[in-house]
Design a protein around this ligand. Structure first.
Ligand code: ASP
Length: 337
């Protein structure tokens, strides 16, 4: 039997870093070099490796990611069974979620990286790439869209978050847990395939801007007012207190603008959803929703920002976004159509 063909696209990040002139590590390795570092890889698949960028993940842009998406789609069209993208872990949860919104193919798209650079003792890059490959070629992975594979765990792009700045065991999916694990070189899935809305059509423009502002104790409303009144942003996400709350001052500002542009209030808490019918005081979810705000549901503020950006970039107006938003929510946590 011929080996399955898998495409690996490298975007940079710690997984591809070597010592630089600065005294610290910098992204330099090519996709070919990464692939060669994985023991046993050639017995599992025929690999097509391509270097798409050599960037620290905080400097990845929408443009780089949409080019990577285009490349990944082409690889599948040319016969790849799956695509693996390697990148820095700092923004990995954001890239994975963004790409998941657009991934139309049944073949899996896997995003991985490393917490330790290749020359470090116990470097995790080769193990993460090998696990990603095992998930990539497994039949159970078909139809699961974009997944994050790190530290022998498989995570859904929707829930996964980086939970620790430096530890190898950093990617977590809150109470939901990982979709599965890799045991003895075999993926074991605990969750069945998610009900997913139809992927979005590609952005008409990459120029839309969505601001993300975090609610903080006694912060007043000055910077929120500045964000809204600047006219720079077509949408605003607030990382609210608790299950989606803001201060009295912020509530006044938000309600003043929520009639004209989409405003999402998500939770700045590490996990759990926003509520929609529990708190009724000024600045609470009931008050904000009455004022035209949409709640983030289970989406982290970072991912709520990306979804709002994607809906705006598909050309949707505020009314259409209000209808679409609910399709991307789990359970009944937001106003649906
Ligand atoms: N700073 C690195 C990056 O995101 C961290 C990593 O790759 O883990 O590019």
């Amino acid at each position: 039997m011929p080996l399955p063909r898998v495409a690996i696209g490298a975007l940079g990040g710690t997984i591809a870093m070597v010592s630089g002139k600065s005294g610290g590590v910098e992204p330099e390795l090519s996709a070919e070099q990464l692939t060669r570092s994985v023991p046993g890889i050639s017995g599992l698949a025929t690999i097509h490796a391509e270097t798409l960028a050599k960037l620290p993940s905080g400097s990845l842009s929408f443009k780089v990611l949409f080019d990577a998406l285009d490349w990944a789609n082409n690889q599948i069209d040319k016969g790849a069974k799956a695509v693996i993208l390697t990148q820095g872990t700092d923004t990995l949860e954001e890239s994975a979620f963004l790409l998941s919104l657009y991934w139309q193919k049944p073949q899996p798209l896997i995003i991985t990286g490393a917490m330790r650079a290749p020359m470090a003792a116990g470097a995790d890059g080769p193990a993460n790439l090998l696990s990603s490959l095992l998930v990539a070629i497994d039949e159970q992975s078909v139809g699961r869209s974009a997944m994050v594979v790190m530290n022998d765990e498989i995570h859904s792009a929707y829930f996964v978050r980086k939970s620790h700045s430096l530890k190898v065991e950093t990617f977590k999916s809150g109470l939901v847990g990982p979709l599965g694990v890799i045991v003895e070189a075999k993926p074991v899935f605990f969750h069945s395939i998610d009900r997913r809305p139809k992927p979005l059509s590609l952005p008409k423009t990459l120029d839309k801007k969505v601001a993300l502002v975090e609610a903080c104790l006694s912060s007043g409303g000055d910077h929120l007012e500045l964000v809204f009144s600047s006219g720079i942003y077509q949408g605003v996400v607030v990382a609210g207190f608790g299950s989606g709350h803001v201060s009295f001052e912020e509530a006044d500002i938000i309600k003043n603008y929520a009639g004209t542009l989409p405003v999402i209030v998500a939770t700045r808490a590490y996990s759990g959803p926003t509520s929609e019918r529990t708190y009724g005081y000024k600045g609470s979810e009931i008050d904000l929703m009455k004022g035209g705000v949409l709640m983030g549901g289970w989406l982290s503020p970072l991912k709520a920002r990306l979804l709002l950006w994607a809906l705006l970039s598909a050309g949707h107006d505020k009314e259409k976004i209000e209808k679409e938003w609910g399709h991307w929510q789990i359970g009944e946590t937001v106003k649906t159509v």
